[in-house]
Design a protein around this ligand. Sequence first.
Ligand SMILES: NC(=O)C[C@H](N)C(=O)O
Length: 347
Amino acid sequence: REMPQGPTNQTTAPPAAATKANVVILATGGTIAGAGADATNSATYQAAKVPVDKLIAAIPSLGELANVRGEQVFQIASESFTNAQLVQLAKRVSQLLKQNDVDGVVITHGTDTLEETAYFLDLVVKSDKPVVVVGSMRPSTALSADGALNLTDAVATAANPASRGKGVLVTMNDEIQAGRDVTKRVNIKPSAFFSQWGPLGMVVEGKTYWFRAPVKRHGTSSEFDIDTIDTLPEVAIVYGSGNMNPAAYTAAVQGGAKAIVNAGTGNGSVAGYAVDTLKDLRAKGTIVIRSSRVGDGFVLRNAEQPDDKYDWVVAHDLNPQKAKILAAVAMTKTSDTKELQRIFWEY
Ligand SMILES: NC(=O)C[C@H](N)C(=O)O
């Protein structure tokens, strides 16, 4: 849009560029950078195709919210994210946030594992500056594509000093969610992201509106720091179901897992016929963490299973994929189960 010209309009001119926040957009791929063959292709497309400079250029109004610049970190679909990439991305975020000329960071990301990355950054990036992770459910080539507005909301949130100290945030479908709590709940609609504790706020027409703030440890109050983490231990999730095969637990450990997150039925329960397998693995050193395949609620210690007696850990309200992230981060420091349980209560 054209800005007013000439001396008579000077008092109504937008704020000078120097007063705007500097936001770096780190692009990693995903559907937000996806492209389909036709505008009717909302679900059939290739993720991770459009480079970050093109994403930014497609939304000229971003420049009214902040001084933005892009950096292509990866170009992948998020289901292909590895621990090595998580570490590399977090180190880059940490490095950027230490710069005086960076006020906030936005990360464009596939939605499949967006919740893992957001929680990981929440735990290990020691800064109060806003970090916002964003994706889209439809590629930019589709009718009613959601990426441009989600990215606009992310930049608006990252540029706003009110977003500082609230942990890593996620902007999807007009909402501002806590990176710790949010999870992908629907695999095909723009309203895909949900937190059982509710969104923190909303973004409407480039303005943020806040209603709550996280209480769990994160950012500068976290004991973890990406600057001292180079690798993450292997953690496996084993899914509970009726008539499940306990050999899945053993196979995970044989495959290199140092911890198993049990995506248990109900309140993180374990089939009676599988208990001995898990007790045996724990006796040989594997960390056993009880989470639940049920989306909401939280696993209670010593309910369903005697965790004190078996020396198991409970995942609190973290779903299995979030519990996997916290376990991996925590185990860079300790394999003491009392310490691990403390960490699961606090983060
Ligand atoms: N909507 C998406 O972004 C899904 C895609 N598979 C990804 O996670 O990269």
